[in-house]
Design a protein around this ligand. Structure first.
Ligand code: FES
Ligand SMILES: [Fe+2]
Length: 360
């Protein structure tokens, strides 16, 4: 029994059954271009799911921190003196300044640059300089807004929900799929970022199908047996199975976890990818390349060049698609039961999260 069959057994083929009953359709075009929908997504999707924001190595030492602003939520992760990782919204409880303004760094205390309020590593308000005598000043209630933080395979994830379910549960079958195809040990190589002129969902839609591989990615088409490419949905995400052709180095397995975390795992390295909304019209694509222990710069550059070539091909088409979604002619399109079940899986999650209140 091969790996793909195993994965199919442990994951429910939810969408396939529904797609057999009738033709299913994409989300309305308006949902890819509407600031009201985007605001609902920030509150009901990006505030509730785990989000990959960086690397654990960036906060290896006590006092080290990284800042991020996924979907417009400024936040930071910092390692305390006792080694514990803490994450907070990057907002001072006085008059809302950001506390840490660099992308990353090291600080012995968390001190606001605006009026000098100081917070302890656990977020408690510690020092309020020269404030005057304010009656009933609720100092103990003015701790930083805590969020959840966890690590997985050297990556840092946060969830704005301070009571989030454990990251490993959220990842579901991704851990097993990754472990089966990735090298045992990988080291960070490099990161590439692109600001793409599209809604974040336009990029996820593109990631979620292999239908476009023959026309759009000739090199990938040569490397994998596209006729056997399939997307296996699970509750919360999809695994992609791209069987390798003989002697090819590149094909492997791919996976996406709602809303915006993807991995590509190959025998010669892995890459991680996220499509981070900047606004309802723009998406930051962050691509990290990790190579197996012992690999040199040439292997890293080869893997990165391959991934970047594919990303450029995808960026080209999603920006064109976005222009047409914005234009107001096209309303929605049919999804292929053979190739686009992964989009349906994604769209159902968006519909469920957004709810009927903003239904088109
Ligand atoms: S806003 Fe932070 S101390 Fe005033
Ligand atoms: Fe693609």
């Amino acid at each position: 029994m091969n790996r793909a069959v195993n994965l199919a057994e442990v994951t429910a083929a939810l969408t396939d059954a529904r797609m057999k009953e009738s033709t299913v359709w994409t989300l309305p075009a308006r949902w890819y271009a509407d600031p009201v929908i985007y605001e609902a997504e920030r509150r009901r999707i990006f505030s509730r799911q785990w989000l990959w924001i960086g690397r654990e190595a960036e906060v290896a030492e006590p006092g080290q921190y990284v800042t991020a602003a996924p979907a417009g939520f400024p936040l930071f992760v910092r390692r305390a003196e006792d080694g514990t990782l803490h994450a907070f919204h990057n907002v001072c409880r006085h008059r809302a300044s950001k506390l840490l303004t660099e992308p990353s760094g090291r600080c012995s205390t968390i001190e606001c640059p605006y009026h000098g309020w100081r917070y302890r590593s656990d977020g408690a308000l510690d020092h309020v300089p020269l404030f005057g005598e304010a009656p009933d000043f609720p100092k103990s209630e003015l701790s930083l807004f805590r969020i959840s933080v966890e690590t997985w395979r050297g990556l840092l994830f946060v969830c704005l929900d301070p009571e989030a379910a454990p990251l490993i549960e959220w990842l579901g079958p991704i851990e097993e799929a990754f472990a089966q195809t990735a090298p045992a040990r990988v080291n960070f190589g490099r990161e590439a970022t692109y600001v793409v002129e599209c809604n974040w969902k336009t990029y996820i839609d593109n990631y979620q199908e292999g239908y476009h591989i023959p026309p759009l990615h000739p090199s990938l088409h040569r490397d994998l047996d596209w006729t056997r490419y399939r997307v296996i949905d699970f509750e919360g995400g999809s695994l992609h199975d791209g069987p390798q052709r003989n002697r090819s180095n590149h094909p492997g397995s791919y996976g996406w976890r709602f809303p915006n975390f993807c991995f590509n795992s190959y025998p010669d390295g892995v890459s991680f990818l996220r499509m981070e909304p900047v606004s309802h019209t723009q998406t930051r694509l962050v691509y990290q390349f990790w190579t197996p222990e012992g690999a040199g710069p040439a292997e890293l550059e080869a893997a990165a060049a391959y991934g970047i070539q594919l990303a450029r091909e995808d960026i080209g088409v999603v920006e064109v698609v976005q222009q047409n979604l914005n234009a107001g002619v096209y309303e929605r399109g049919p999804l292929s039961p053979r190739h686009e079940n992964g989009l349906y899986n994604f769209h159902e999650m968006v519909r469920e999260a957004i709810g009927p209140s903003v239904e088109a």
